[in-house]
Design a protein around this ligand. Structure first.
Ligand SMILES: [Zn+2]
Ligand SMILES: [Zn+2]
Length: 281
């Protein structure tokens, strides 16, 4: 489905994207197709917290993304702002794997909208090891997909410099040699977007989702951003007929501006007895 709309209300508007690490290159193509012109506002987003844990992230991800978008809007005076925020850690659904949860916030102060889209990616390369000599690296560099993915090196004691963005074997070995003079070294994936192509892909998918959502206009008030806001629950057990409350019957789609809601049912009417609490407690 095409998401270019000549009559879209965002055709020709200017929006500010607050980023560093060249993330605007990942987000811009999707939004440009809606006719939005993106102005880049460079901001040291590390001051809001970083992946290497030097500054604790105090805000939940959604709030941080919105906060970043507001920073660029304040600096430029524009009514429209966008920013992304990611987190990488233990996957919420699949045990023993890491995943990225990327979010992109869109703010429209002209009509009063705040939309944050999320995208999960389990393919992100996020590995870590601890060594006391270069010889202990073994297959780590292969698992780290080095040098396509950059690495970070720092002392286990946390007292000492952090070497970031290492993408060259000589620089990596130099960093490790320096750090291990005073103990062990931790080597881990540099997860900043421009250093991690596997993470970049998740951000690009998230931008596509946001653009798709913004392209959908509310049939009642015309506001952009009509999309999924929740689920419709409740299917009958195919054995006993009892309603299984957590079984999903469809989506609730809603407007981000007005109260307009629509149910989009998935066509299912029954659920297997295996999911029924009466038949399979
Ligand atoms: Zn049942
Ligand atoms: Zn509406």
């Amino acid at each position: 489905m095409s998401i270019s709309h000549l009559s879209h209300p965002y055709q020709g508007i200017k929006a500010v994207i607050t980023t560093q690490h060249a993330k605007e290159k990942l987000v811009a193509p999707a939004l440009t197709r809606l006719g939005i012109e993106l102005i880049h506002h460079n901001f040291d987003t590390d001051s809001l917290g970083t992946f290497s844990g030097e500054i604790p992230r105090t805000n939940p991800q959604r709030e941080t993304a919105l906060q970043k978008a507001r920073i660029g809007m304040k600096a430029t005076g524009l009514n429209y702002g966008v920013a992304s925020e990611g987190s990488i850690g233990a996957d919420p659904l699949v045990p023993f794997i890491n995943s990225a949860i990327e979010s992109i916030a869109w703010i429209d102060d002209a009509i009063g909208l705040e939309i944050v889209e999320f995208e999960r990616g389990t393919e992100v390369v996020a590995v870590k090891t601890e060594v006391s000599s270069i010889g202990e690296l073994d297959d780590f560099l292969e698992r780290a997909d080095f040098p396509r993915h950059a690495l970070i090196v720092y002392p286990t004691s946390k007292n000492g410099p952090i070497y970031k963005g290492l993408r060259d074997l000589v620089a990596l070995e130099d960093a490790i040699s320096t750090v291990i003079k005073n103990g062990k070294a931790i080597i881990e994936s540099d997860l900043r977007a421009h250093m991690s192509p596997s993470r970049s892909e998740v951000i690009e998918r998230c931008a596509e989702k946001l653009a798709y959502r913004l392209a959908q206009l509310c049939s009642e008030c015309g506001a952009p951003g009509f999309g999924t806001v929740g689920n419709v629950y409740g299917l009958k057990c195919d054995l006993c007929g009892e309603v299984v409350r957590r079984a999903i019957r469809g989506e609730i789609q809603g407007c981000a501006k007005c109260d307009h809601r629509e149910e989009k049912l998935n066509g299912k009417t029954e659920v297997s007895a295996a999911q029924c609490e009466r038949c399979n407690p």
